[in-house]
Write a protein that binds this ligand. Structure first.
Ligand code: DLL
Length: 437
């Protein structure tokens, strides 16, 4: 398949044309969704028995929202709209207790996703002459493969370096004259500190651009990375449930991320009343897939708080731009790009009988990276002063946590009843990272 990474007829489509395109695509999506056990029931319950019951884009409001909880409840195959034989890939999101939220792709879905990422990369000014180092996790996480295929489709030389191992990343950049990197913003800052530490001069690198996303960051952080590394940084937004990266991306104007509206129908809702908000108002982004076949998702509550720009972008693309993500409407933490719910930590701690009843989650910055510490009280009945046993317990908790949340936390054991107990709702998370978003 020849991927199209620059499609002005799509990216600059007149708004009225884009809306008719969306309506036709929404109808196709409803047809697919009705094939799944989950949506068949959900849609019929609200009187949508066929795509003909959707007459305008406003009819989307008749459809109930979909949550992460729904995806987990339908695990493993309850949301498949196609024969399992046609599925060629799955990805799973971190950040759920026990059951992951799993997304399935058929051939067309992978190709459509690739084209969206390719389009996003091209919009930043990159082209086939670039050498692209993909410094993000490959595997179930969507960041690695999503960008890998997108960048190949643009014709860039792709170095699939994956995440971590900063010294090797820097060596690769020097050896292959990398011009573009993709990483979380915190890893980009960490890379710059490592350069200083290792005495690597900026002039020994050919870097021009970076794509940064998968976690929230502020405009100040972008400016700092741009200044320190002397590159241009483009914000990249996405989520596993909507393929992964390639949902919204900054163009060369770097003022807001174009949300690809031929692939996603976006609404901003009030997270309390769940009512749609007018353009320009801040609320929770809710997305409906418009071209996914194996696993369509309707009105997915992303929990990400943002708003639409009301003005048209100077680049001429007509797809509306969203502002930088301002926060979340749930308690999900994003630690070095990995999504973690406090409930996952609680489940591990409470499952260990030697652990006490109270625990505290502390998130801080260590250099430019996030550091997670879990303070756990020790069950007084088990043992008190046996240092060896305490070390074994600490390692057991650390190991179980790492298995569940995939990142390596620091575990501190403290005496029973020594952690603060609040009178109202327990406050179990202390996030000391600078709040500058
Ligand atoms: O983080 C997909 C991705 C990979 C996006 C690489 C960009 C680059 P999840 O692991 O499912 O997927 O996490 C999705 O991460 O709902 C946001 O809360 C947050 N997030 C992603 N990009 C940004 C961003 C990937 N640019 C969750 N700014 C989303 C702020 C972001 N938050």
């Amino acid at each position: 398949m020849k991927f199209q990474y620059w499609l002005p007829e799509k990216e600059k489509m007149a708004r009225c044309e884009l809306k008719s395109f969306q309506l036709a695509a929404l109808k196709r999506t409803i047809t697919c969704a009705l094939r799944t056990d989950f949506y068949n029931k959900r849609l019929k319950d609200v009187g949508i028995n066929s795509p003909d019951d959707i007459r305008s884009l406003d009819d989307i409001r008749k459809i109930p929202f979909t949550s992460k909880y729904d995806l987990r409840a339908a695990f493993p195959y309850g949301m498949l709209a196609t024969n399992k034989d046609d599925v060629i890939r799955l990805h799973a999101s971190s950040g759920t207790t026990g059951i992951p939220t799993t997304i399935y792709f058929n051939r067309n879905d992978i190709d459509a996703w690739t084209a969206l990422v390719a389009r996003s990369i091209f919009a930043t000014g990159c082209n086939k002459q670039d050498v692209f180092q993909n410094m993000i996790t490959y595997g179930l996480f969507t960041g690695g493969f999503g960008f890998h295929y997108g960048a190949e489709a643009v014709g860039m030389l792709v170095i699939p370096s994956g995440s971590g191992n900063t010294s090797r990343q820097l060596r690769l950049m020097q050896d292959f004259e990398t011009t573009v990197v993709h990483a979380t913003p915190s890893f980009l800052l960490h890379t710059e500190s490592k350069m200083k530490e290792e005495g690597i001069l900026r002039d020994s690198l050919c870097l021009k651009r970076a794509f940064a996303g998968a976690e929230p960051y502020s405009e100040d952080t972008r400016l700092r990375i741009e200044e320190l590394l002397q590159i241009e940084v483009f914000n990249s937004y996405g989520l596993s449930e909507m393929n992964g990266p390639g949902v919204a991306f900054e163009c060369q104007c770097k003022s807001g991320m174009h949300l690809w509206e031929d692939a996603f129908l976006a609404e901003i809702i009030d997270p309390e009343t769940l009512e749609p908000l007018p353009d320009g108002e801040t609320g929770e982004l809710t997305l409906t897939t418009l071209c996914r076949e194996a696993m369509p998702i309707l009105r997915y509550r992303t929990r990400d708080i943002t708003s639409f720009y009301t003005e048209v972008c100077q680049c001429g693309r007509t797809h509306r731009r969203i502002h930088r993500i301002k926060g979340r409407s749930d308690d999900m933490l994003i630690i070095n790009g990995v999504n973690i719910f406090p409930s996952q930590i609680e489940e591990v701690v409470m499952g260990i009988k030697e652990a006490g009843n109270n625990y505290l989650i502390i998130v801080e910055k260590e250099g430019f990276l996030d550091r997670l510490t879990v303070k756990t009280e020790v069950n007084p009945d088990t043992f008190r002063d046996d240092t060896r046993k305490l070390n074994v317990l600490r390692e057991k908790i650390r190991h179980k946590l790492q298995n569940t949340i995939t990142i390596n936390p620091k575990v501190e054991l403290v005496e029973s009843n020594s952690l603060p107990v609040s009178e109202g709702k327990a406050k179990r998370v202390i996030d000391n990272r600078p709040k500058d978003v």
